[in-house]
Write a protein that binds this ligand. Structure first.
Ligand code: ATP
Length: 225
């Protein structure tokens, strides 16, 4: 187990940890600013940003996993509490979130408040993931509002989340796992990796949509052209 001293107050020592998974192809300010505000909003000790190896529900990206990880590391830089976590890339075969959450649960312990954060677009497909019930045994699901993506929830998803909705972080964190919280973060950004790849392929500007260090990395290796 990870020896971990939580920073959010005496008497409340259970660590608060989020997994923020994605393809990060490439990472952009919609991801990074969401991770920072998620951490602030939920008083999280750590946000594990985790590139998926073989994304089960997505096309394989056109850039190598090592390059996606390098861009994520460059993008995070020295941001407090954000870590680029390569554990899904280090595993053979497809990355299922259940396995990753189980590994975080082992690392941080039974009392840890574990969060799987997903954007609204990803949440709307949650019922199609492998063993979705198990995700709630391991973690809370925190849904980040994303411009251009809204409900209604498919019936199977509505059934899956029925009775799990928490009103706020305090209510959510009464238990280590099992709840759902919707968050409207202050700086919602209509940035998508699809849009960035299209801009790069067309030779258009991506300035201020992703960190400069990531733009430099992409330009120096002529990626996404
Ligand atoms: P693509 O356009 O290739 O689908 P993406 O921009 O959605 O990529 P992903 O790596 O697939 O990026 O996203 C990882 C996670 O981040 C998902 O849960 C997604 O919903 C969320 N996310 C992506 N962009 C934003 C954004 N602008 N605001 C909030 N959440 C986002």
């Amino acid at each position: 187990m990870v020896r971990f001293v939580s920073e959010h107050g005496p008497g409340d020592t259970a660590p608060r940890v989020a997994m923020f998974g994605g393809t990060f192809d490439p990472v952009h300010l919609g991801h990074l600013r969401s991770a920072v505000e998620l951490r602030e909003c939920l008083a999280l000790d750590r946000v594990h940003m985790m590139p998926a190896h073989v994304p089960p529900h997505r096309e394989a990206p056109g850039v190598s996993a090592a390059q996606r990880l390098a861009m994520l590391e460059a993008g995070i830089g020295d941001a407090p509490g954000l870590v680029a976590d390569a554990q899904e890339l280090d595993r053979d075969g497809p990355s299922y979130s259940g396995e990753t959450l189980a590994s975080l649960r082992r690392d941080y312990g039974e009392r840890a408040r574990l969060v799987m954060s997903v954007g609204m677009d990803a949440f709307l497909k949650l019922h199609q993931w492998r063993e979705p019930q198990r995700l709630f045994e391991l973690a809370h699901v925190v849904v980040i509002d994303r411009p251009g993506h809204r409900g209604p929830l498919p019936d199977a998803l509505a059934r899956l989340v029925e009775g799990r909705e928490a009103m706020d972080a305090e209510a959510l964190f009464r238990r280590p796992a099992g709840g759902v919280l919707h968050l409207r973060l202050p700086s919602r950004m209509a940035i998508s990796a699809t849009g960035l790849r299209a801009r790069l392929a067309e030779g258009r500007s991506v300035r201020y949509l992703l960190p400069e260090a990531v733009e430099d990395y992409i330009r120096s290796r002529n990626l996404y052209r």
